[in-house]
Write a protein that binds this ligand. Structure first.
Ligand code: ATP
Ligand code: MN
Length: 486
């Protein structure tokens, strides 16, 4: 163990460890960044391990003025001293400082994260420093806990984690616009006789893109390992500048052999509830902080725009209550007869069966009509992907979307079409090249079986769990149209 100047043994702890009751009256060392320094005497130090700071009490007469001058918000320090019961209010313990080392200062004239309120927009431009604020540190700790909970849930329930490719050669996924991956000279690409870009000369000998979903590949693994999940980066070049879309996001996609749509819905509901419960149990202080942040933010809003429940109550509500399961057809009836439809308040009025639901409709169902999470299922085949299983009625498919308050769609899933002839017909009708999907079709030729899965956008889950309003604030470095800084 290292000795300090006075020859005392100093053990290094995190702030979180020091705030637990175990180390009282010990000689301790802690590293961290200064949150505030007041009255030339009290340093609030934080190292990211917890939302709480450790108070360090300095006898300023004992220290060189030049050293004290460097103790500004944002400076990195190493502090040693005795952990004692606090005299002041607001904390149970504090460090009586014996030694200070400045790792690095932070000039208050230029360091942007000063101890005052910064707008989320301002902090987005400082994404490399924003994790030093309480809000972003809390969000990112919750994000980390949730991603652990995702793995824990699946591993505990017999699922295998598969890594599906990020570069994909199949362009039939149909889930949105893709980002091309190419090493061709973009100024002078090789051309075919028809003047098109000749991808045969590209790195992979064909056109390739960043994946929009790992589902099709996950299906192949489910048909051998039984229960699998993916959890990886996903890319969509959709030019939708909304508060719920990113160009690069993380998607969780379980896929289960022998599960039908009902079992798929059960899995999705159980999964979401359990990961939210994990956060409730393991991120109490961060969630309390985020709940207060939201209450403060909403104070300036009219009553009608405020959340109906405080954050923690809302999370408990979701984990304690059964999600409402409704067919698309029932939902259309509700929407057609709804006030905003009759009064023409919807931007897209619901007129006929078969209409695609917009987020205004989804949010009406969840927030105004049912007032709880809703699973919509049995959608018209026309508005859903080719691989979803056709129902007996010949016009709906075994699709399900889970809709959340404040978020809209959080999960999209389905029972997959396992019948070769019907799948082939569908592919032909949509003009998809059968040859592109030869391997996917093989699954229907050899040992085909009922199977189902879904995709959950991880950032939408984090958005919900943290009570934040913009998806750009729940991923460290958001990628959105016109924005790939950092
Ligand atoms: P939306 O209608 O909201 O654009 P989608 O129907 O295109 O979503 P799916 O293809 O069903 O989405 O993808 C499954 C899940 O992935 C969605 O339910 C959502 O949680 C998430 N997701 C989809 N697109 C994005 C995106 N651009 N950014 C973040 N999450 C996304
Ligand atoms: Mn969807």
């Amino acid at each position: 163990m290292p000795l300090n100047l006075q020859g005392i043994q100093m053990k290094t702890f995190s702030v979180k460890e020091l705030l637990s009751p175990d180390h009282l009256h010990q000689e301790v060392t802690v590293n961290g960044w200064v949150k505030t320094y007041r009255s030339n005497r009290f340093i609030a130090l934080n190292d990211g391990s917890t939302i709480n700071n450790i108070q360090c009490v300095v006898d300023f007469e004992e220290y060189d003025e030049n050293l004290l001058k460097q103790i500004n918000t944002g400076a990195a320090l190493k502090i040693s001293g005795t952990l004692v019961e606090s005299q002041g209010k607001g904390q149970s313990v504090e460090i009586q400082v014996k030694e200070i080392k400045v790792h690095g200062g932070a000039d208050p004239e230029v360091y942007p994260i000063q101890p005052k309120k910064h707008s989320l927009e301002f902090l987005r431009e400082k994404a490399h420093l924003r994790v030093r604020t309480n809000t972003f540190a809390a969000i990112m700790r919750v994000r980390s806990a949730l991603s652990f909970a995702v793995h824990q849930y699946f591993q505990k329930n017999g699922f295998f984690y598969v890594h599906t490719p990020i570069i994909t050669g199949s362009d039939a996924e149909g889930a949105g616009e893709m980002f091309r991956v190419s090493t061709l000279d973009n100024k002078k690409p090789p051309l075919t006789e028809d003047g098109e870009i000749d991808y045969r000369e590209d790195f992979f000998g064909k056109e390739t893109n960043l994946t929009v979903s790992g589902q099709l590949e996950a299906e192949t693994y489910a048909m051998g390992l039984g229960k699998v999940y993916t959890f990886g980066p996903t890319f969509r070049a959709e030019n939708s500048n909304t508060s719920r879309h990113l160009a690069e996001f993380w998607m969780i996609e379980p896929e289960v052999a022998f599960n039908d749509l009902d079992a798929n819905m059960d899995l999705a509901e159980d999964f979401i509830k359990e990961v939210i419960n994990y956060a409730l149990e393991n991120c109490k202080e961060d969630l309390q902080f985020l709940e207060q942040r939201l209450l403060d933010e909403e104070k300036s809003k009219p009553q009608a725009e405020r959340s109906e429940m405080p954050l923690i109550e809302k999370l408990k509500f979701v984990s304690d209550n059964t999600f409402k399961r409704v067919t698309y057809t029932e939902a259309i009836d509700i929407l057609r007869n709804s006030k905003p439809n009759k009064k023409k308040q919807f931007k897209y009025l619901i007129d006929e069966w078969g209409a695609d639901l917009q987020s205004e409709h989804e949010r009406f169902l969840v927030e105004k009509h049912f007032k709880c999470p809703v699973i919509l299922f049995d959608y018209p085949a026309k508005i859903k992907a080719f691989y979803m299983r056709l129902n007996e009625d010949g016009k709906t498919v075994r699709a399900m979307d889970i809709l959340f308050p404040g978020i809209g769609e959080i999960v999209g899933g389905s029972q997959r079409e396992e019948r070769l002839d019907i799948l082939l017909e569908k592919i032909k009708a949509l003009g998809i090249d059968e040859k592109e999907l030869w391997w996917y079709l093989d699954l229907r030729k050899f040992g085909t079986a009922v199977h189902s899965g879904f995709g959950l956008g991880f950032e939408r889950l984090v958005l919900f769990a943290t009570g934040m309003g913009n998806i750009r604030d729940v991923i460290p470095f958001p990628r959105t149209p016109q924005n790939a800084e950092f």
